[in-house]
Design a protein. Structure first.
Length: 572
């Protein structure tokens, strides 16, 4: 008797034959009877004849055959749930959609005051039962001795689909196909972020566009996210598996902003030919969704009215003299009438907020938006999660590697069609040793310096030509001065790197020479230049001043300085 006895949703393991033989006869006969019962149950389930509890969307007819629930509202609600999951790809989003539109879900509880009766509850779970796919399944759960408490029916764990004891496809009508059921299970598993298993996770509200689909180009693992900056608003893609598993250094980190901007541009360019079709499809989808919701509300109102009418018939059927029963039925009737009135009022409010039909103006507006996808993408009402969902419709994953090419991030986009495209984007570097095009930058600075351009002018020209500084910002005069100093490029001043002489070769004075000639400080000379008391020129901004001074001007300015000194002494 070295076998494992299975019951519905569980299994009971027997010990070896010698141990069984040492038990009393009554106990051995009891175990044998249990084994035969379980074996018979297993064989009956293998033929699809064992009567199992059904979810709310299915029912047994009088012949014992499994059919779709005859309640039209139950069927319509479940069809809506599966249709919205195909669209939204997230169980939580489906539940929020139902809750936002005031729609409940049908449930058939196994325990409670009215077991096996349909009750309506707020949406809080997903439809994962394989019976909805028309499959007859036995052994979805099994007993776990480590979780089972004495005298308790709990302590079971889920069994993998491949290990189900019995799984008969197309055994009865269903709401979806078996292939769609398996695709839904894969989607639900993929919505849980599990990088080691390759699960991307559901799109979230973070700013990183490639969250969940970024793959390290060096080791092939999924890349996780972290946010830096004083306000934690700078996303970074990290490959930290080596550090977490082996304690070594990070594989690589890639700043997300530049990469996301490139991927966004590529995706929008790829969708340009289909913009009009996208707009028309969006208009049709909105109208179809409005009709589906209207039908759900109509069925809900119809049910409420039926319940009220049924309570009225029960009240009319009672004898008027039997007030003990009549009063209770009258209260039940009034309660049903209040419920029906509340449902009708909610329906009216919903129709006021959600128009059933889309008019020509709305269709024209949708088509105009569809022809300008970047406007929709960058709209304030488009959340980060919405952008990620749009992205995942066309892109499967993006492979990143910032160490393959100096100063660049190499990325390979894997499209949903299986096609791939490679791109490069310049990245921020800490030093110019890793700059993407350091040779061309140096050559351009040398050329502009030879044209007698000052550092600020060189920086402006570099920005106009598309050069970017090492840290990703625009060039400034200080950056050019630093690079000239590092590369030994001389200044373009008249006297090179020497100190300014008192007089230039053409006879004009420098700032220092004019100050010495007039007995002033260099700062006062600058002040005189600004006030027009002195005339001077510069070959370019930043070049030394060349001041013209005649003997008569020198005499006048000296007398002015002398009078100013005397007046200051008298005032003191």
């Amino acid at each position: 008797m070295d076998t494992a006895y299975r019951s519905f949703g569980g299994e009971v393991e027997a010990s070896s034959t010698p141990t069984i033989c040492r038990l009393p006869d009554s106990r051995r006969h009891q175990l044998s009877a249990i084994a035969r019962l379980h074996q018979g149950e297993r064989q009956k389930a293998a033929r699809g004849e064992l009567r199992l509890p059904l979810p709310a969307g299915l029912a047994y007819d009088r012949a014992g055959t499994i059919v779709l629930n005859p309640d039209e509202e139950v069927r319509a609600r479940l069809h809506l749930v599966f249709a919205k999951f195909r669209e939204l790809q997230s169980a939580r989003r489906v539940m929020r959609y139902l809750d936002r539109n005031g729609l409940s879900l049908p449930v058939r509880p196994l325990l409670g005051p009215s077991p096996h009766e349909i009750v309506w509850r707020a949406p809080d779970s997903t439809r994962e039962n394989p019976a909805y796919a028309g499959a007859y399944v036995y052994g979805r759960r099994q007993k776990d001795p480590s979780r089972c408490r004495p005298g308790s029916l709990t302590g079971t764990v889920k069994v993998a689909i491949a290990d189900w004891a019995v799984c008969l496809h197309a055994a009865h009508p269903g709401y979806i196909s078996w292939e769609e059921f398996m695709a839904n299970q894969r989607r639900l598993a993929d919505n849980v972020a599990h990088f080691e298993a390759g699960h991307a996770g559901v799109p979230r509200k973070g700013a990183a566009l490639l969250q969940g689909i970024a793959v390290c180009g060096r080791c092939g693992r999924r890349m996780s996210m972290r946010y830096t900056g004083p306000n934690a608003d700078y996303p970074v893609y990290c490959c930290r598996s080596d550090r977490d598993q082996e304690g070594s250094a990070l594989c690589q980190e890639v700043r997300a902003l530049a990469v996301d901007a490139l991927v966004q541009r590529v995706v929008l360019d790829a969708l340009v030919p289909d913009q009009i079709e996208i707009a028309l499809a969006a208009a049709g989808q909105l109208e179809q969704e409005s009709r589906q919701l209207e039908r759900q509300w109509a069925l809900r109102v119809e049910r409420a009215r039926y319940e009220a009418e049924r309570a009225r018939r029960q009240y009319d059927a009672v004898e008027p003299e039997n007030r003990l029963v009549a009063r209770s039925l009258e209260r039940a009737w009034e309660e049903r009438l209040r419920v029906a009135e509340a449902v009708e009022q909610e329906h009216a409010r919903w129709r006021g907020q959600e128009p059933l039909l889309i008019g020509p103006a709305e269709c024209a507006g949708l088509q105009a938006l569809g022809e300008n996808l970047p406007r929709i993408w960058n709209a304030a009402t488009t959340s980060a999660a919405d952008r990620k969902r749009i992205l995942r419709f066309v892109i499967r994953e993006v492979v990143l590697d910032q160490k393959r090419t100096r100063g660049q991030v190499w990325l390979k986009i894997v499209w949903q069609t299986g096609a791939t495209s490679e791109h490069h984007v310049q990245r921020r570097v800490h030093t110019y040793r890793n700059y993407i095009d350091i040779d061309r930058l140096r050559q351009r600075i040398v050329e502009l310096n030879a044209e007698q351009k000052m550092d600020a002018e060189i920086a402006a020209i570099l920005n106009q030509e598309g050069f970017v500084a090492a840290r990703g910002c625009a060039f400034k005069g200080e950056n050019v001065w630093l690079l000239r100093t590092r590369w030994g490029i001389p200044t373009v001043k008249i006297n090179g790197v020497d100190k300014n002489p008192r007089r230039w070769p053409d006879g004009s004075f420098s700032i220092q020479g004019a100050a010495a000639e007039l007995g002033l400080t260099p700062q006062t000379v600058f002040d005189y230049l600004a006030r027009g008391l002195l005339a001077g020129r510069q070959l370019a901004k930043g070049q030394p001043w060349q001041i013209e001074l005649s003997d008569e001007q020198i005499s006048q300015l000296r007398n002015r300085v002398r009078r100013t000194k005397h007046s200051k002494k008298e005032a003191s």
